[in-house]
Write a protein that binds this ligand. Structure first.
Ligand SMILES: Cc1cc2nc3c(=O)[nH]c(=O)nc-3n(C[C@H](O)[C@H](O)[C@H](O)COP(=O)(O)OP(=O)(O)OC[C@H]3O[C@@H](n4cnc5c(N)ncnc54)[C@H](O)[C@@H]3O)c2cc1C
Length: 304
């Protein structure tokens, strides 16, 4: 093995870097604080044949109990900052998306309001094509800088293959920066919009719990008859359903909550049961929205 770049840590616990707080450690972990360090870390992992995982805010991420046998990266420093250039806001991939919405409001720039309730990073939002209240990321995204072991390149939204909660970014491709083209507007009005979006969210979703948000994607299957994953799970009796330390939230059936020392295996069991019940009742096969880091074994009954 060649000498790892400076600052790499071994056996780094990942649970606390996720909002659901489950899962094991990464064999290798780094917090690159600029593009040069990021590319050096990616190059080293490539040379060593190690898989690479990026952790944003860990707000849609489930880490395997057995951990991640590769290099996990969390962007820091220059890669987690924000700057303004006229009507443009450039976020480091690790900059928190709700903070980008708030900061843009202070600057009197409109367009990122939908990000106020998406508790991830700019990079995670691009990777997941995050969305809320009809605000579309691709409408304001101008370009992203993507780093790989080979260097960095700019990509425009039409090169990112955006579909529902999906982009074509592959393993080892890290969003180092993202540029958003915004519109000047009255800061007071933008802040009022943010406040009302926060209020709406508080009414609809549980707060202060350990969760990764939506567990399953909303199905396109016509047997769902337009119902969301949460509505199907609720109708299938999953609201409040428990397995080990995990349960489907009482307030929002598509949210899994770690309410008492859950493991990732508990969460997967619960997901499999929810999926089985929805399939049995409606014939719909729910697909996970949550991303998995590491190797997990899906419980018996996952395959329908
Ligand atoms: C309470 C709650 C509410 C939520 N509401 C919404 C909502 O309204 N709309 C919505 O779309 N989502 C929502 N989510 C889900 C989540 O916040 C989004 O998917 C978010 O975009 C994930 O960003 P993250 O930085 O946390 O990514 P993580 O969860 O850390 O990672 C998710 C995926 O993105 C990859 N990734 C992260 N950063 C980068 C990067 N810099 N470059 C390349 N890949 C990267 C990871 O490797 C992983 O595959 C919610 C989650 C919670 C907990």
């Amino acid at each position: 093995m060649s000498a790892p770049p400076e600052g790499l840590k071994r056996d780094f616990p990942l649970a606390r870097l996720t909002t659901v707080r489950t899962g094991g450690a990464a064999d290798w972990f780094a917090r690159p604080d600029n593009e040069e360090h990021l590319i050096a870390a990616l190059r080293w992992a490539d040379e060593e044949g190690l898989p690479v995982g990026v952790i944003g805010s860990g707000s849609n991420l489930l880490v395997a109990d057995d951990g991640f046998h590769g290099l996990a990266l969390k962007l820091d420093g220059d890669l987690a900052g924000i700057e303004r250039e006229g009507d443009r806001v450039i976020c480091g991939g690790g900059y928190r998306f709700p903070s980008a919405a708030a900061k843009s409001a202070n600057w009197g720039l409109s367009g990122l309001e939908f990000g106020v309730n998406i508790p991830g990073t700019a990079g995670g939002a691009v990777r997941m094509n995050a969305n809320a209240y009809g605000g579309q990321l691709a409408r304001v995204l101008e370009w992203v800088e993507v780093c790989t072991a080979a260097g960095s390149e700019r990509r425009t939204p039409d090169q990112l293959g955006f579909t529902y909660r999906h982009s074509n970014l592959r393993e080892g491709e890290v969003v180092a920066r993202a540029s958003f083209g915004l519109e000047p507007a009255d800061p007071g009005e933008i802040k009022a919009t943010l406040a009302s979006m926060r209020d709406r969210r508080r009414e609809a979703q549980p707060s202060g719990i350990k969760t990764f948000g939506s567990t399953f994607k909303n199905p396109e299957d016509e047997r769902a008859e337009g119902r969301s994953a949460g509505q199907l799970l609720e109708a299938a009796g999953c609201r409040g359903l428990r397995h080990g330390g995990a349960r489907f939230s009482e307030k929002h059936a598509n949210f899994v909550e770690n309410y008492r020392g859950a493991t990732t295996a508990d969460v997967l069991e619960l997901m499999a049961e929810g999926r089985r019940r929805v399939h049995e009742r409606f014939g719909v096969e729910l697909e996970p929205e949550v991303q998995i880091l590491g190797k997990v074994s899906w419980p018996d009954g996952w395959e329908l």
